[in-house]
Structures are given as structure tokens and as C-alpha cells.
Design a protein around this ligand. Structure first.
Ligand SMILES: [Mg+2]
Length: 348
């Protein structure tokens, strides 16, 4: 089988309402976007697709770099083509969200060609996984507690805060949430890189006192040393390397520093399924967990394929809290059954 065409179809992604933020000063919602669907076609008639919210950028990169690299290649040589994308990254410095798109489309293609869902192609580990409710920023402690009640009512066994990015206010919120939900609900906190070391230490000590499962990305992930210093000063387990470039090669340095009990893996920022698996296996070597960042079908497949992960991330972006159609009444996400990734329409 040979790749015969590589195309980008742009599609409209409407503006999200109501608008939301990951923390004060860090908007989450965007105006109307042009998404991009990458389609890799073959002489056998089988094709594979992958989606991004950045259609204009993807189209440019496909036209200038990726099409010429892929056409004529065997789409089953995924490791070789993964390597070639990294070679092109050396000259192009691809955004991290572009690095995995070819790999996702090639896995989709292979799954369709073989008639199996991608998680089976990867080596299935589980058929269901619990989801945590991952909040956006709400206006007050009272609103967060109300949102938490709704999430528990919907079946979620765990809640992760994205809060205001103010160490003292967030520490008080995290403590109030623990008192509100009791000790049996898993709680996590995500800083979206809002802090420097002194504030990250202050907040980390509060999260440890409130028994949080993990403390995610309190600082930008440029300095591994800063994370090692933070880990030396707080008891709460850190979850690191969500946005850093370099897939498993970068994650390995975070692990080597001793700062991590949890690392981030994902199809979105870590080089598709190939990068996501490499990170999970690197973490597993040291008995660490690799938690899958973000939602969407490719990440569900990744959750099903790796042993050392705990939850699927289900975003809660508004109040009243809508039911996530992917999460059942027991808070579980189930393995997709369609061949390939199973995303025939825009799922980004
Ligand atoms: Mg995060």
C-alpha cells in the first residue's frame, strides 16, 4: 500500500459560549476558528484522518513540508514516518499540536485497513476507564462547590480544579473543596503554569494538607531544575511535562530529575500515539504513571492502551454542568469499537 494523497479540509469551529478561562489572564475560549482535517489517502482506497483546531497552520505545513514527505511512502511504516516528522521539526519547529497529526491519521488508516479500533492495534489494556471532571475557572468558591456537587451527581468519581491562579485564594478554594466533598473523592489541581517557585511552594503545601492526588503544571515547563526544587519543598505528588516539547526524550529528563510521580502523555502534544506510548512506557519503567492530557477520541484510545494511567480528562466548561455524552452515569468512558480512531466527523 502506498500513500497517494495528503489533503487538508478546513471546517468551521464556532466560538464557544459562554467564554471561559483556564485561570485569570489565560483565556480558554476562542473566537470562531477554522479547524483542519488531515486526510491521508492510499492507492488501496483506505484513508486515515486527524483533526486540529488550527486548520490554517496545518494547511500551510502540509503544503510546504508534509505532503512531499508522505506521498509514495508505505503508510504502515509509522515509526519511520514519525522519525521523518521529527527530522522536519528540526528545520520547521512545528507547534507541538502538529507533531502528532500525521501519526494519528496513520493509526486511523491502519486500524481501518485491519478492521480494528486503534486501542487494539496498540495492544489493548482495558475496556473502560473512570473520567474526572476537569473544571474551567468559575467566579467564586460557592460556585465551585455547586459545580462539584453537580459533577458528583453526574457520576464523576474525581474532580480537578483549574482555578484563579492566585496562590492564596486557590489554596483556600482547594481546602474548602476538600472539606465540602469529604475524603473519598479524588481531587487534583492544575495551575496552567500560573506561578513562580515561591507561590508554587505555598500552594503545593496547601494541596498536600488537603490530600490532593496530584499538583499539575504549576510553573512553565522550561526549567526541569525549578520542578526539582519544587518537589524537594512540597509533599503533594507533581504531574509534569504537559506542554514541553520533545515527547519521551523530554519527559525522560523530568523523570531523571526526580520531580515526577505523574507525567503527562497525550496524542495532542506528544507526537500522536507513537509519542504517547513512548512516554507511557518510559514512565512505566520507573513505576510512574502517565496521565492522558485532554479529551477526544484519540486520547480515549490511548487511555485504553496503556497500563499506568488513572483517568480520562472530561472538561466541565459551564455551569449548569452538562452531561458529557462520552461519560456514563457511573463516571466511566468505554473503549471505542469502530475501526481506526472512529472519528468520521470533526472531533477536536
Ligand atoms: Mg493541564
Amino acid at each position: 500500500m502506498k500513500i497517494t494523497r495528503v489533503e487538508v479540509e478546513r471546517f468551521r469551529i464556532p466560538a464557544r459560549t459562554p467564554a471561559f478561562a483556564w485561570r485569570a489572564g489565560l483565556p480558554g475560549s476562542e473566537p470562531e476558528l477554522e479547524g483542519g482535517l488531515l486526510r491521508i489517502g492510499t492507492d488501496d482506497g483506505v484513508d486515515g484522518i486527524a483533526h486540529t483546531r488550527r486548520g490554517v497552520i496545518l494547511e500551510d505545513l502540509v503544503n510546504r513540508r508534509l505532503r512531499d514527505e508522505l506521498v509514495g511512502e508505505d503508510p504502515f511504516r509509522r515509526e519511520w514516518l514519525w522519525h521523518r516528522v521529527w527530522e522536519l521539526d528540526r528545520i520547521e519547529e512545528f507547534p507541538v499540536y502538529v507533531l502528532g497529526l500525521v501519526d494519528i491519521a496513520l493509526h486511523d488508516l491502519a486500524g481501518k485497513a485491519l478492521g480494528v479500533p486503534v486501542h487494539e492495534l496498540l495492544g489493548a489494556f482495558r475496556t473502560e476507564i473512570p473520567a474526572y471532571a476537569s473544571t474551567v475557572t468559575f467566579s467564586s468558591t460557592e460556585e465551585y462547590l455547586d459545580v462539584a456537587d453537580q459533577c458528583l451527581e453526574l457520576g464523576y468519581p474525581a474532580i480537578k480544579l483549574h482555578a484563579w491562579g492566585d496562590a492564596r485564594r486557590d489554596a483556600a478554594l482547594a481546602t474548602a473543596l476538600r472539606a465540602h466533598v469529604g475524603d473519598d473523592v479524588d481531587l487534583m489541581y492544575d495551575g496552567s503554569a500560573g506561578f513562580d517557585l515561591p507561590d508554587a511552594v505555598y500552594l503545593g503545601r496547601a494541596l498536600a494538607g488537603a490530600g490532593y492526588r496530584w499538583y499539575e503544571e504549576p510553573m512553565r515547563e522550561f526549567s526541569v531544575t525549578a520542578y526539582r526544587w519544587l518537589a524537594e519543598r512540597v509533599e503533594v505528588p507533581l504531574l509534569v511535562a504537559e506542554t514541553s516539547d520533545g515527547a519521551h526524550m523530554n519527559t525522560a529528563d523530568f523523570i531523571r530529575s526526580g520531580c515526577a510521580e505523574y507525567v503527562r502523555t497525550s496524542t495532542g502534544f506528544k507526537g500522536g500515539f507513537t509519542g504517547g506510548l513512548r512516554i507511557a512506557h518510559t514512565a512505566d519503567s520507573f513505576r510512574l504513571r502517565a496521565e492522558v492530557h485532554g479529551g477526544g477520541l484519540p486520547n480515549i484510545h490511548l487511555c485504553m492502551a496503556i497500563p499506568n494511567t488513572t483517568y480520562y480528562e472530561s472538561l466541565v466548561m459551564e455551569n449548569p454542568v452538562p452531561k458529557d455524552p462520552i461519560v456514563d452515569a457511573h463516571g466511566l468512558v468505554h473503549a471505542p469499537t469502530e475501526p481506526g480512531v472512529g472519528a468520521s466527523t470533526g472531533f477536536v
